[in-house]
Design a protein around this ligand. Structure first.
Ligand SMILES: Cc1ncc(COP(=O)(O)O)c(C=O)c1O
Length: 448
């Protein structure tokens, strides 16, 4: 970029001396000084709509804090955890990090696919009953990055389907890789993406009879944002649909640990999900050996290649922590944190219920999906923030079917509230309850 910044550089002089473009050179001189290059913007990036949802919320949060510097902001927005790491996990990472300062303990890059012992522990802890082998487990730096790596693997020529509403990374990564087509402002959908409407009236599951075939189906359960965990019967229908169509399901089970009933924690619990030529992938961790492209080439081999090209392996310190999480003591400690957020979700559900608002989710997921009939969800976001200093997430940020809904996260600490946890939890929301109830524009959404 700096190459263009000086009027004395050779590119500038060459252009300047060519007759006919003197005017253009003078005109562009300003741009050159401002740092413009001659590189065209990626058209796929141009197709992306507005900012990514969560950065947009952060901007609004910062504006609110500036407006009300003394307000006690309660963030039930971005799904970010609040509780400290259990000591056993933090100590394992600290000890591992300390050992890196010794000749015996030091290690550089590990395997791109992850530490062998950790891959084995993941397969055994979560997938023993569904016969997943450690060689099918890839340890990564998070499933968000994996969604993009999977898109890189699949390329721009595949067609995709997403739940509507859905976690925004599926659609945005699809746009970036060039699968999505043009955005239609009226429908607020991309022309080449199949949006599978998942609303209360459909049991938060797509009407598959009305769903066109796609190569790839992104499916998230328990779902972010609706908090709905697909039932066994629903997943059986999905597997059959994918088999009939020769599609691949990318099953995102980021919140499986929150399932409290007998909903499947993994698509692999569904008979047939593994057998046959249509097999399935779990975003972030698993790749079935049997899964192949239409020419018979195994996806796992291409994925391995992508991983080795784009990634040098997860941090070895984080992997030491991961291994500690899967020890009996570590696992129990992690589960107690999950229980804490589940309790938050329960408190939130009760609060919204008592406000007379229709609330979904929060039983098998750390998210609640609250209905504000007839509303625009960004308006409700602003209203709740203004009146109660509570950050939520507007449902429309997850897709057109999210309009009229707000996502509320249970990832919130009760530590800063002075009384007992139970009472503290209540006081957290009573504040909001009073102001919400007293707000006529909110009470019009209630059912009692
Ligand atoms: C449904 C879903 N998938 C994937 C991710 C990304 O998770 P990670 O932290 O593993 O990158 C999130 C995070 O919010 C999510 O909600």
């Amino acid at each position: 970029m700096h190459y263009y910044s000086s009027p004395g550089n050779s590119m500038f002089c060459r252009n300047f001396m060519r007759p006919g473009i003197i005017q253009a050179s003078l005109k562009t001189q300003k741009k050159i000084i401002a740092g413009n290059t001659r590189v065209a913007r990626n058209v796929n990036m141009e197709r992306l709509r507005s900012g990514y949802l969560f950065p947009e919320i952060s901007v609004r949060e910062a504006q609110h804090v500036e407006k009300y510097p003394d307000a006690k902001l309660i963030s039930l927005g971005i799904g970010d955890t609040t509780e400290p790491l259990p000591d056993i996990i933090a100590s394992s990472m600290a000890n591992y990090a300390r050992s890196l300062s010794t000749a015996e303990g030091y290690g550089g890059y590990g395997a791109e696919q992850g530490n062998k012992a950790l891959r084995k522990a993941i397969a055994e802890t979560f997938y023993r009953d569904v016969q997943i082998k450690e060689t099918e487990v890839f340890v990564s730096d998070g499933s968000q990055c994996d969604i993009t790596r999977l898109q890189l693997l699949l390329g721009s020529n595949v067609s995709i389907a997403v739940q509507d509403p859905s976690f925004p990374a599926y659609v945005d990564s699809s746009v970036i890789i060039g699968q999505a087509g043009d955005f239609d402002d009226k429908s607020r959908m991309y022309g080449s993406i199949e949006y599978m409407k998942c609303v209360p009236q459909t049991g938060f599951f797509p009407d598959l009879a009305k769903t066109s075939r796609s190569d790839i189906i992104f499916f998230c359960s328990p779902n972010n944002p609706t908090g709905h965990a697909a039932t066994r019967q629903q997943l059986e229908q999905l597997v059959t649909f994918a088999k009939v169509n020769g599609s691949i399901i990318i099953f995102d089970s980021a919140y499986a640990a929150y399932i409290t009933d007998d909903s499947p924690r993994s698509i692999f619990e569904i008979p047939g999900a593994r057998e046959g030529s249509q097999a399935f992938v779990l975003a972030g961790q698993l790749f079935l050996k049997e899964l192949s492209f239409s020419d018979g080439f195994p996806l796992i081999k291409d994925f391995d290649r992508i991983v080795c090209t784009c990634f040098n392996g997860a941090s070895s310190i984080a992997q030491a922590g991961g291994l500690a999480c899967l020890s009996p003591e570590g696992f129990a400690a992690v589960c107690s944190i999950t229980d804490y957020y589940k309790e938050n979700a329960k408190i939130l559900r009760n609060t919204f219920d008592s406000l007379g608002l229709k609330v979904y989710g929060g039983k098998n997921a750390p998210y609640l999906w609250v209905h504000f009939p007839g509303s625009k969800s960004w308006d409700v976001f602003s209203e709740i923030l203004e009146r109660t200093h509570i950050i939520t997430v507007p449902g429309s940020g997850f897709g057109p079917a999210g309009e009229e809904f707000m996502r509320v996260s249970a990832f919130r600490t009760q530590r800063e509230y002075p009384r007992s946890r139970e009472e503290a939890g209540k006081s957290l929301f009573i504040e909001s309850k009073n102001s919400m109830v007293s707000a006529p524009s909110i009470s019009k959404y209630t059912t009692n």
